[in-house]
Design a protein around this ligand. Structure first.
Ligand SMILES: [Zn+2]
Length: 280
């Protein structure tokens, strides 16, 4: 199974890997069930990369039905230690219009009904029960991954690229009301999405580096005066940007450090702790 190993994971749609040569499709089962889809493992400029379509092939899984735990567990079990996570978001501030790339450094969780920990007392199929673990999450994103993402996007001429900011994650699948959106904006938060959490915390629990790359596809309801956000508009703008986002992603893959050279907080998130379970 050597060919199915990878160092870097990309959680995103088929537009990111479909033209790579020598992609191996791998079916992974996890103690938490099945991931969104098969994992597609290939090589990019000498780096082993695993692609996982977050919503499944054909985009059939809505954000609140994604098995985030299975997705992150599956990537780690293939060897992945660094994750790049592109996603579509709404801009909460007028200056963050469609086409803006935000690399957030903070998040606010407003999801309601998602499993957001591997350490929740459930017995795993091997009979082990995880210990009570409180993961440090003050800085939810990998500082190294963030710096790489910002640098390569700017190097490719992306305009504008926002270094930092807060992503608020809502439960969905509906978009925000105007009142919710105005409230989010009034807090000074930057963008709103539906998938950035619990993805980020589950990555941290598995000691994975996680970097969000949030493409603004629309201005959220409170930040514009029209009809509000529509799904068609989101998909159209994402489609228009998928080519250059892929270029930035691939450049980021080659610029990330080797796994053994990670020296960020993510790699040692649980250093010295007895987790009660073995991470894959
Ligand atoms: Zn890291």
């Amino acid at each position: 199974m050597q060919s199915a190993r990878a160092d870097i994971g990309v959680i995103g749609g088929s537009g990111f890997y479909s033209f790579l040569e020598d992609v191996t499709e791998v079916t992974v089962m996890t103690p938490y069930g099945s991931p969104s889809d098969s994992v597609f493992v290939g090589e990019l400029a000498g780096r082993r990369v695993a692609f996982l379509p977050r919503h499944g092939r054909g985009h059939h899984l809505p954000p609140h039905r994604i098995n985030y735990r299975a997705n992150l567990w599956a990537l780690r079990s293939l060897g992945v230690r660094q994750v790049l996570a592109p996603c579509a978001v709404g801009g909460l501030q007028p200056q963050y219009g469609p086409g803006t790339l935000v690399v957030p450094d903070q998040l606010v969780d407003r999801t309601k009904a998602r499993a957001q920990s591997f350490f929740d007392g459930e017995m795993l199929p091997d009979g082990r029960v995880p210990n009570v673990v409180h993961t440090s999450f003050a800085d939810p994103y990998c500082p190294t991954g963030r710096a790489v993402a910002v640098a390569v996007a700017r190097g490719k001429g992306w305009e504008p690229v926002v270094d930092g900011g807060t992503m608020v994650v809502i439960e969905g699948p509906r978009f925000s009301t105007r009142a919710e959106s105005r409230w989010h904006a009034a807090q000074g938060w930057s963008v709103v999405g539906m998938t950035g959490h619990p993805e980020a915390v589950l990555a941290r629990e598995l000691e994975l580096c996680y970097t969000s790359m949030a493409l603004v596809t629309d201005l959220d309801a409170g930040a514009e005066s029209g009809e509000g956000v529509s799904h068609d508009e989101v998909m159209r703008v994402f489609g228009e940007n998928v080519g250059r986002l892929r270029e930035v992603l691939f450049a980021a893959v080659t610029a990330l450090p080797e796994t053994k050279e990670r020296n960020c907080l993510c790699a040692d998130a649980h250093k010295g702790w007895d987790l009660g379970i073995e991470l894959p």
